[in-house]
Design a protein around this ligand. Sequence first.
Ligand SMILES: C[S@@+](CC[C@H](N)C(=O)[O-])C[C@H]1O[C@@H](n2cnc3c(N)ncnc32)[C@H](O)[C@@H]1O
Length: 250
Amino acid sequence: MMDRNADAPWSQFDPEAYVDLNYRTPLEVDLLIVRLMRDYFSRCYAQGVPSSVRGVDVGAGANLYPALSMLPWCEKILLLEYATPNVEYLEKQASGGGYDTAWDAFWDVLSEAPAYRDVEPRSRFGEIVRVERANLLDLDGQRRWDIGTMFFVADSMSECPDEFRRGVECFMDALNEGAPFAAAFMKESLGYQVGAHRYPAYRVNADRIRESLETFAAELEIHDMDHMVRPGHEGMILALGRRNSAIAAP
Ligand SMILES: C[S@@+](CC[C@H](N)C(=O)[O-])C[C@H]1O[C@@H](n2cnc3c(N)ncnc32)[C@H](O)[C@@H]1O
């Protein structure tokens, strides 16, 4: 039997254990992803930033770097997340106390680029970021954003091919025409452990990612990175691009 999204113990997700495992000591591959995303978004907005850009990070979990990478471009950023412990983690990060110092290493890389340099990230994050509990698979194209990120979600929430495809589709349908996006995936993941619990994954490679995104995307760039973080996967894949004009009616 394949594990479906609804079968996994999301209500038991431990954000602190997840940060310890993945982000407390920044990995070279994440810093590389941050650099690629920063430079891509900077190119997208090189001719100027439209007024009132709204950003979304889908399945934000306990990772702030996708939202940080959208900070200079957005008037508002919404973090959508399904697991209640992660929603609470994110709300705390966006509250008056400011986000944890663990995220400073990622901002340091972002702030090497001109558009990021003059942003005061902690106060801006607190001002423009909001958190909402939502299921990616329920996004039906009614709400759309102008820039979006989805990191390790569509491939890291179910073993089922149909839920992976639907996850990608729901994310892409949450973007307005022309919206820049960044999406990341674990390559050939067999699932992952966070604290005492195991979470499902759907095995993807660069071809499968390209195939799942190309009908929705323009300027698609696939970065296939063979950095292994731990046994049970073969690297990471970063997809950058813009939502194309083939937007289905809601
Ligand atoms: C591997 S974690 C990735 C978290 C984070 N984006 C990152 O880059 O580290 C997978 C995330 O997907 C979230 N998730 C699982 N099912 C979801 C769903 N149906 N809708 C929205 N988020 C979901 C989990 O709670 C978890 O935060």
